[in-house]
Design a protein. Sequence first.
Length: 210
Amino acid sequence: MNMFNRILLLLGFISTPCWAYYEVLDTGEVLPKGQYKLTGETQLLTNPGGVNIGAIIDAGFQEEFGARVIAGFGRTDYFFSGMFKWVPIPDVENQPALGFNAGLVFGKWYDATELTFRAEPLVSKKFTLESTTLTPYASTPIGIRLRNSNTQDTTTYITWQLALGTQVQVERWKNLQFIGEVGLDLSHSFSYISVAGVWYFDDQHGFELK
C-alpha cells in the first residue's frame, strides 16, 4: 500500500467520530402556539476531541405538534437541521410524555458532506423538588446517513445512539432554564457531552426575563 492510500485509509478511520454534531437536547414538552424557546448549547466531543457550538429554535403550532431548527459550527465545519415534533401522550399526573422528533440533518467535515434522515423517540417526566423543577428525558435516536466525499468512507450507515439528559428550572427564573445531556455511540454514531441554556419567550412579552 503506497503512502497516498495509507493517508486515505487513515482519514476514513478518523473522520467518522469527528461528525459528532447529533444531539437531542429536548423533552416531551410542546410549546403553545405563539411561544418559543431559544437554546444555546456547547457540545464537547469525547473522541477525537473538540467543541461544537449550536443554537436551536423551537416553536409550537398545535396541541401535540411543534417544530425546531438547529444550526451550529466548530469541530464539525457547520451543520443544519430541521425537525418536526409530535407528542401524542403528554406529561400528566404519573404518566410520562411520549413522542418523537423527526427530520433531516446536514453537516460538512473537510471535503465531505452528510445528509441524515433522523428520528428521535422521546420519553420525559417533570418532577418538582422543593424550589427546583427537573425534567429528565431519554432518547434512542436512529438515522440513515448518506455521505458524499472524494477521500472519506461514503458507505450508507444506520446510526444509533442513546441520549440521556435533564432540563432544570430554578426558582429564580421561569423562562431561563438549563439542560445537560450525555450521548453514547451504539452504532456508527458518536459520544459527547452537551450543556445548554434555554430561553423561553413569546409574542406578547418578547425576551423579558422573569
